[in-house]
Ligand binder design. Structure first.
Ligand SMILES: [Zn+2]
Length: 348
């Protein structure tokens, strides 16, 4: 029992047996408790606060219903391999992007899984580039990761998942070469292997085969999915055969602006702003961990809200019906659905 509790008991039960003990404690460590209602709401103010809170909750619900999630990003741990099927026809989405760190509340480790598109080619100054680290040029493809995933949240088994393959500089020429040689990347079956921690997080690609549209539809197609609960209840949250087609990059990526970045990261508020001395003398922030998003950033692979299955269990009928698509390696993604990059702390 701590001192504060004892003093409170004395206040509540004057004359009781506790009083003696509490008074003794108070004499040595605590001031007498003062009545204080200045920090709560009463009457009209209480009603106004209630209205504000209702509006805030409504806004949050609306935001949740309109939020656009990016598919999870594909990565391998050292020693892992995985079969991927490319869904894009060509290399049609490359951007400059920052990869930022955040401190994971549970493990205390810094995890580099906050992605922020960089406006340096659109505006004179990117606040992150001048205060932290330059952005990287990233080519995106949408792929099917053929490893099975068991959701830690609901125990469901997903025979495959649609993911973003984020390809950085040194790994990009391979994909352009394949595109030019084959005319299309769609249906390309790649075996990705990562030997060591120092290798690229997506591993090294090796061509296994290339499939046609019919095979892709047979293996990864499925009916539309309607949300049964949550903010999008009743809405179609996954289109028919959605896993067979690349992500809509123009929808899932938001055009960056220096202003939006300054708003989202208050410690960058003055960096590169018009008429600000900080343009020339940006505060030396820490490494990436110094950048902490205030709210769930849009660029993060956010897990789906409760009740929404971003990745519905697939039918996977093709495995029996003979689509001809067979993975070279078998295995599960052992970090669970949406596990993200939790135990891979290498920024690349
Ligand atoms: Zn930048």
């Amino acid at each position: 029992m701590n001192d504060q509790t004892q003093v409170r008991q004395r206040t509540r039960a004057p004359g009781g047996g506790i009083q003696t003990v509490a008074t003794q404690t108070q004499q040595t460590t605590a001031a007498p408790r003062q009545r204080d209602t200045s920090w709560g709401y009463a009457g009209d103010q209480g009603e106004q606060a209630m209205q504000r809170e209702i509006q805030r909750q409504e806004k949050l619900r609306e935001e949740a219903a309109n939020r656009v999630y990016q598919p999870w990003r594909f990565y391998l741990k050292a020693g892992e391999a995985a079969d991927l099927i490319v869904l894009d026809e060509g290399c049609n989405w490359s951007i400059y992007e920052h990869q930022l760190g955040r401190v994971d509340a549970q493990s205390g480790k810094t995890i580099y899984d906050v992605y922020e598109p960089c406006p340096k080619e659109l505006e004179p100054v990117c606040p992150i580039c001048v205060s932290d680290k330059e952005s990287a040029y990233v080519l995106f493809l949408t792929v099917i990761d053929m490893r099975q995933v068991t959701s830690q949240r609901n125990g469901k088994v997903y025979p495959f998942t649609k993911k973003l393959l984020a390809i950085k500089g040194r790994d990009q020429p391979f994909f352009y070469r394949q595109w030019k040689q084959r005319g299309t990347l769609r249906g390309l079956h790649l075996l990705m292997t990562r030997d060591t921690k120092n290798d690229s997080r997506i591993g090294k690609p090796e061509v296994v085969a290339q499939y046609d549209d019919a095979q892709i539809l047979q293996e990864f197609g499925g009916p539309a999915v309607v949300a049964q609960q949550g903010p999008r209840q009743g809405q179609v949250i996954k289109q028919e055969n959605e896993d067979c087609y690349p992500a809509d990059y123009g929808m899932i990526f938001t055009r960056p602006s220096a202003e939006a970045i300054r708003k989202k990261y208050p410690h960058l508020a003055g960096v590169g702003a018009m008429g600000s001395a900080a343009t020339n003398a940006a505060p030396a922030t820490a490494q990436a961990p110094g950048i902490q998003p205030q709210a769930q950033p849009q660029g993060t692979d956010a897990p789906p809200a409760a009740g929404i299955q971003a990745q519905a269990p697939a039918q996977n009928a093709g495995a029996q019906a003979g689509s001809g698509i067979q993975p070279r390696v078998s295995g599960n993604v052992d970090n669970g659905a949406g596990g993200g990059d939790l135990d891979d702390d290498i920024p690349f």
